[in-house]
Design a protein around this ligand. Sequence first.
Ligand code: ATP
Ligand code: MG
Ligand code: MG
Length: 465
Amino acid sequence: MEVPAERRIFGLETEFGLHLDAPNARAVTPEEVAGHLFHSVVKWGRSSNVFLPNASRLYIDVGAHPEYATAECDSLTDLIASDKAGERIVHDLVAEGESRLADAGVEGTIHLYKNNTDSAGNSYGCHENYLVRRRADFRAFASALLPFLVTRQIVTGAGSITRTSGGAAYSFSPRADHMWEGMSSATTRSRPMINTRDEPHANAELYRRMHVIVGDSSMSETTTLLKMGATDLLLRLMEAHVALPDLTLANEMQAIRDVAHDMTGAATVELVDGRRLTAVQIQQEYLDAVRSHVGTAIVETDEVARILDLWERGIRAVREQNPGLVDTEIDWAIKLRLLERYRDRLACAWDDPRLARLELAYHDISPSTGLFTRLVRDGLAATVVDDARIEHAKTVAPSTTRAHLRGQFVTAALAAGQDFTVDWVHLKIAGGARSTVLLKDPFRNADGRVDVLLEALHTASAPVE
Ligand code: ATP
Ligand code: MG
Ligand code: MG
């Protein structure tokens, strides 16, 4: 029998919405804005696709969306710190981007949104990565997660004002309407919930990377904790060969849309066995399964208790139609509270543009204009890590995984002014022979070969007498 992994590698990728507000300027393409935004990155990294001293990856994705992918973390707290640090890192590019645009004759402000759809109807993602052991039945293993992922939005969704045939309304998830199939190895054409491309960024004989691309980006740290934490707990049960309730859905695509648009939680979805259950019932079944294995397949910790408590209250919030149970912790409920207050004051409909602007402001990552930061400051949005830890994570890699090695390497190479190339599994000093190190084990944070590289870089950067 396979040994359940004691540790897991987690990673989060976030694509940001980029918007230039320049009402009186000439037309500017998103690519031009992105180019100016990334100018300083290209200057030091010689590319708009770089690995940072904190071991994360920063790049421009298709469609001129800046993307930040956290370094490999083996704890949810490290992951949340690195993810939040990413917002600050990306925001730090704005001032220079705006000043370069001004030099190019465009006076305006750049906004970066951690959301999943823009006004033109484009959708962009938030990818969750979970390391799992390689197994012959990976497809079946992954597809067992689908009913969970389809219904998870009622407790982890970002919330969204969405237009439907019946007018605009609030729904659980902005991403749900953009999903087209359950699993596939292609991300762009088919928009699957789980991307099955076999790219473990690790020893491929041992590992697979579970690449979940159906989730919403989370502003709230506690929402990230629940989103990644609950998914991890289910994976742990599956790895321990605990039989999960069979909740296979008859039509995942229909179900994810139906669940998103039913804030009452009363709509049912059809299972292949002919039953009809609500998203609340399905989530409750998963929560019960996890709960009953705490102490056996799942080691009990304070963090596990916190995840289970929030999961439970999230389900109850929908069942009892009482968002107040989670309205400082779950994005859809935090945002709904904000929007409803404003809507009452304005006595307007959901399609009022002023509500759309407020919704955007919620996702604005700027510490000055973004609403979420203000909510945290005012004690209206709960956190998982403190500010100092996020600041630290901007420049220092997680210390307990391979990221530690990459972080040291990038930091030393930059200090030495040496050309280098890096990806998730390679570190290389440009030019030199025997200068490439392959790091196939993402759990290892120490390696003699890297010490040799670091030594070479330190020697190179030592001031000449
Ligand atoms: P795409 O941009 O098409 O989604 P990708 O998923 O390979 O490609 P990256 O943006 O490079 O994208 O992000 C990879 C993510 O996987 C990072 O967050 C990283 O921390 C994480 N990761 C790296 N190695 C592993 C691993 N062995 N297991 C799980 N996650 C990993
Ligand atoms: Mg990516
Ligand atoms: Mg990805």
